[in-house]
Design a protein around this ligand. Structure first.
Ligand SMILES: CC(C)(COP(=O)(O)OP(=O)(O)OC[C@H]1O[C@@H](n2cnc3c(N)ncnc32)[C@H](O)[C@@H]1O)[C@@H](O)C(=O)NCCC(=O)NCCS
Ligand SMILES: Nc1ncnc2c1ncn2[C@@H]1O[C@H](COP(=O)(O)OP(=O)(O)OP(=O)(O)O)[C@@H](O)[C@H]1O
Length: 199
C-alpha cells in the first residue's frame, strides 16, 4: 500500500527542509513547486496560455518563462495572481494526481509526502490522509524569506499576504510542526511524527 501525507505551510516556512528530512527517513517526495515549474516548460500548453494572457515580456528570448518578472507582476496584483492560478492549477493538479497514481501502481509499502504551499487553497486535501502544517512566526518567516530570495521586506510581506493565513491553515491541520527554532528541534518533531506514522 502507498500512503499519501500532505505537507503544507506558508512560503519559506520550512517545507523543503522538512521534506529533505523525510526523504532521508525513506519518504517519496512530490514537490508541487517542481511540478509547477515542469508544466510551464518550453512548448507546454500552459506556457502558451501565460504568453497569451501576460504578453511576450514574461518570456525570455530563448522561450523560457521569466519567473522573476511574472512573480513581480502577480504578487503585486491579486487579480493577475488569480489569472495565473486559473491557467496553471489545472495542469499542476493533473500532474500531481498522475504521479501519485504512478507510485500507487509501481510501489508498495511507501509513504508519499505531497509538499505543497497551496495544498488547501488548491483543494488537494482529499488526496491525503493527514495534513502536516509547518508553522513559523511571521517575523521569522519574513526574515528567512528575505535572506533566501534576497528581496525587500515589502516584497516578502506581499508574497506572504498572497497566501492563506497560518491561523486559517491550522483549522485543516492534523499535525503542527513548529519551525521557530533550530533545525535539530525541527528534525526531532519530524522524526517523532514519522515513527508514529510507520508504526
Ligand atoms: C509566480 C511564479 C512564476 C514565481 O516563480 P518563482 O520561481 O519566483 O517562485 P517559486 O515558483 O519557486 O515559488 C516559491 C513560493 O512562492 C509561493 N507561491 C507560488 N505560487 C503561488 C501562488 N499562485 N499563490 C500564492 N503563493 C504562491 C509558494 O510558497 C512557493 O513555494 C511561480 O511561483 C508560479 O508560476 N506560480 C503559479 C503556480 C503555483 O501556484 N505554484 C505553487 C504550487 S503549490
Ligand atoms: N529551523 C531553521 N532555522 C534556520 N533556517 C531555517 C530553518 N528552517 C528553514 N530554514 C531556512 O529558511 C528558508 C526557508 O526554508 P524552506 O526553503 O525549507 O521553506 P519552504 O517552505 O520550502 O519554502 P517555499 O514555500 O518557497 O517552498 C531556507 O533558506 C532554509 O534554509
Amino acid at each position: 500500500m502507498v500512503r499519501v501525507i500532505g505537507l503544507t505551510g506558508g512560503i519559506a516556512s520550512g517545507k523543503s527542509t522538512v521534506s529533505n528530512i523525510l526523504r532521508g527517513l525513506g519518504a517519496i517526495i512530490i514537490d508541487a513547486d517542481e511540478v509547477a515549474r515542469k508544466i510551464v516548460g518550453q512548448d507546454r500548453p500552459a506556457l502558451a496560455e501565460i504568453e497569451r494572457s501576460f504578453g511576450k515580456e514574461v518570456i525570455f528570448e530563448d522561450g523560457n518563462l521569466n519567473r522573476k518578472k511574472l512573480g513581480t507582476i502577480v504578487f503585486n496584483d491579486q487579480s493577475l495572481l488569480k489569472k495565473l492560478n486559473e491557467i496553471t492549477h489545472p495542469y499542476i493538479i493533473k500532474e500531481i494526481i498522475d504521479v501519485i497514481n504512478w507510485y500507487k501502481k509501481t510501489s508498495n509499502n511507501r509513504v508519499i509526502i505531497l509538499d505543497a504551499a497551496l495544498l488547501i487553497e488548491m483543494d488537494l486535501i482529499y488526496l491525503v490522509e493527514e495534513v502536516w502544517l509547518v508553522s513559523v512566526p511571521k517575523e521569522v518567516q519574513i526574515n528567512r524569506l528575505i535572506q533566501r530570495e534576497n528581496i525587500s521586506a515589502d516584497d516578502a510581506k506581499k508574497r506572504i499576504d498572497a497566501q492563506m493565513s497560518l491561523d486559517e491553515k491550522k483549522q485543516y491541520a492534523h499535525i503542527i510542526i513548529d519551525n521557530s527554532k533550530d533545525v535539530d528541534y525541527l528534525k526531532e518533531q519530524v522524526e517523532q511524527n514519522w515513527s508514529r506514522l510507520i508504526e
